[in-house]
Design a binder for this molecule. Structure first.
Ligand code: GTP
Ligand code: MG
Length: 212
C-alpha cells in the first residue's frame, strides 16, 4: 500500500482526550509484546512511528495515528497491550478501563484487529475479547503476528490449529491473516482487510459520497 501521509495525532490516557476527526478508525488490540506497534509501523512503512520494545507493556496510552493512502484516510489506533503480569493490579485496571472505554463507545471504530502470536494458543483473554466484540457488533479481524518465527511447513500447521480454535466465532467470510513485521509478510492482505472495513474515504471516496 502506498502511504501518502502518516503521523501521530494524539496519545491519550483518558477517554475525554480522544480526538474528534470524523475519520474512521481501525484499532489494534492484543497481548503485550504480540507485535502491535511493530505491525503498525510495518503497515505504514515507518520504522519508528509507533514505539516498540522488547520490554512488554511499553504502550500505556492509546495512540492515534492519522494515515492517508490513495484508497482511504483513517486513524490506526494502537491500544495498550493486556496480560502483562508485572504491572500493579491498579495499573492493569486503569488500562482495562481505558481500552474498554475506547471499544465500548467509539462511533468511528470500523474494525478491531486482534493480534495473535503464531506460536501461542488463543487464551481466554482473546476468546472473551472476540465474544465481547461480537456481542457489541464490532467487526473484528485476527492478524497472526511473527509468522517469520516458524518455517513454512510448521507455520501452515500452526495457522490451521489457530483457525480451529476460533472457527466457531469467526464471522462469515473472514479468515486469519498471517503477518510478519520483520519479514514484511502479509501486509497487503492486512491492508485489504482494513480498507475493506473502512470503505473508500480517500479523496475519491469523499467525491463519491458528495454525489447527489
Ligand atoms: N521476529 C519478529 N519479531 C517481532 C515481530 N513483530 C514484533 N516483534 C518483536 O516483538 C517485540 C514486541 O513488539 P511490539 O511491537 O513492541 O509489541 P506490542 O504488542 O506493541 O507490545 P506492547 O506495546 O507492550 O503492548 C519486539 O521485540 C519486536 O521486535 C515480527 O513480525 N517478527
Ligand atoms: Mg506497543
Amino acid at each position: 500500500m502506498k502511504i501518502l501521509q502518516a503521523e501521530l495525532l494524539a496519545s491519550c490516557g483518558r477517554t475525554d482526550q480522544f480526538p474528534d476527526t470524523g475519520l474512521p478508525e481501525v484499532a489494534f488490540l492484543g497481548r503485550s509484546n504480540v507485535g502491535k506497534s511493530s505491525l503498525l509501523n510495518a503497515l505504514v512503512g515507518r520504522k519508528q512511528l509507533a514505539r516498540t520494545s522488547s520490554t512488554p507493556g511499553k504502550t500505556r496510552l492509546i495512540h492515534f495515528y492519522q494515515v492517508r493512502t490513495p484508497a482511504a484516510e483513517l486513524l490506526l489506533v494502537d491500544l495498550p497491550g493486556y496480560g502483562w503480569a508485572k504491572v500493579s493490579r491498579k495499573e492493569r485496571e486503569s488500562w482495562g478501563r481505558l481500552i474498554e472505554g475506547y471499544l465500548e463507545s467509539r462511533p468511528p471504530l470500523r474494525l478491531a484487529v486482534l493480534l495473535q502470536d503464531l506460536r501461542r494458543d488463543f487464551s481466554e483473554d482473546e476468546t472473551l475479547l472476540l465474544e465481547w466484540l461480537s456481542e457489541r457488533a464490532v467487526p473484528w479481524q485476527v492478524l497472526v503476528t511473527k509468522a517469520d518465527k516458524l518455517k513454512p511447513m510448521r507455520r501452515a500447521k500452526r495457522l490451521k490449529e489457530l483457525a480451529a480454535q476460533v472457527e466457531d466465532r469467526m464471522p462469515e467470510g473472514r479468515r486469519l491473516i498471517a503477518t510478519s513485521s520483520s519479514a514484511r509478510q502479509g501486509l497487503d492482505t492486512a491492508w485489504q482487510a482494513i480498507v475493506g472495513a473502512v470503505g473508500p474515504t480517500g479523496p475519491a471516496g469523499a467525491a463519491e459520497r458528495s454525489d447527489p
